[in-house]
Design a protein around this ligand. Structure first.
Ligand code: ADE
Length: 250
């Protein structure tokens, strides 16, 4: 039976996953490198759920532990992101089909964004896990989208698939988001972990997938929008997507 690693940066981004695991049966909690790894079942799937905390190093270290210590077969990251593309709005869901580190630049030794000595800048997520996440996100929106839109004053939410960019920077200025759009016109969303997870998973041939709900549009209003979204809604999105996803892969 598949063992799935499920990561998020902050507690709200895991939704009710750990509570669901306790409701489903015994959960073993292992502390390693100042992180707690919860090993058990959720919605019929064997899972290891953990919080990476924020940033690429944190995500890479956590992904390594999931692969080497907990022997997971695949890793899914769930959380929030800033919208970069003009079509991506707060409350939308983005599935990262490919991921790139927008702050990686070893030029002129290597082309901008390329991971030195790996000869690539873009890392692909696993297509079948990404398809399953996209279906789960669409079904969540079909069931709960209008209630969410009404309750939280977001537009009718939509699902997007494409490029997510990651870096060790919370993007929170109009110039910052415009610079990202200019440099990486395909980028749908920006966050701080996904591409690090994707690089580690590529290096170990472990499938991964990333799903992000848009909490802000990475502009001057981002800090306030992010904080409000995280507390009020992020958990509902993560729980609603994960339950549908886990039931579909089980
Ligand atoms: N995660 C959520 N919003 C973000 C932003 N604006 N920049 C980086 N990571 C984010």
């Amino acid at each position: 039976m598949t063992m799935l690693g499920i990561m998020a940066a902050l507690p709200q981004e895991l939704g009710d996953l750990v509570a669901q695991m306790h409701a489903a049966g015994a959960v073993e909690t292992v502390t390693l490198g100042q992180r707690e790894y919860h090993v058990g079942h959720a919605h019929g799937v064997r899972v290891v759920a953990t919080l990476a905390r924020i940033g690429k190093v944190a995500a890479a270290a956590t992904a390594s532990a999931l692969i080497h210590v907990f022997k997971v077969d695949a890793i899914v990251f769930t959380g929030v992101a800033g919208g970069v593309h003009a079509n991506v709005r707060v409350g939308d869901i983005v599935i990262g089909d490919t991921l790139l580190q927008h702050d990686l630049d070893a030029s002129p030794l290597f082309p901008r964004y390329e991971v030195p000595l790996l000869a690539r800048s873009h890392f692909a997520a696993d297509p079948s896990f990404s398809d399953a996440l996209a279906l789960a996100a669409a079904s969540f929106i079909a069931d709960e989208g209008s209630a969410l839109a009404e309750r939280f004053a977001v537009h009718a939410p939509r699902v997007h698939r494409g490029l997510i960019v990651s870096g060790d920077r919370f993007v929170a200025s109009n110039e910052g988001v415009l610079a990202l759009r200019d440099a990486l016109p395909d980028a749908l969303a920006v966050e701080m972990e996904g591409a690090a997870l994707a690089q580690v998973c590529f290096e170990h041939a472990v499938p991964c997938a990333v799903v992000r709900t848009i909490s802000d549009t990475a502009d001057a209003a981002a800090p306030e929008s992010f904080a409000e979204f995280l507390v009020a809604i992020a958990g509902a999105y993560s729980s609603g997507i994960l339950v549908r996803f886990l039931r579909s892969v089980h």
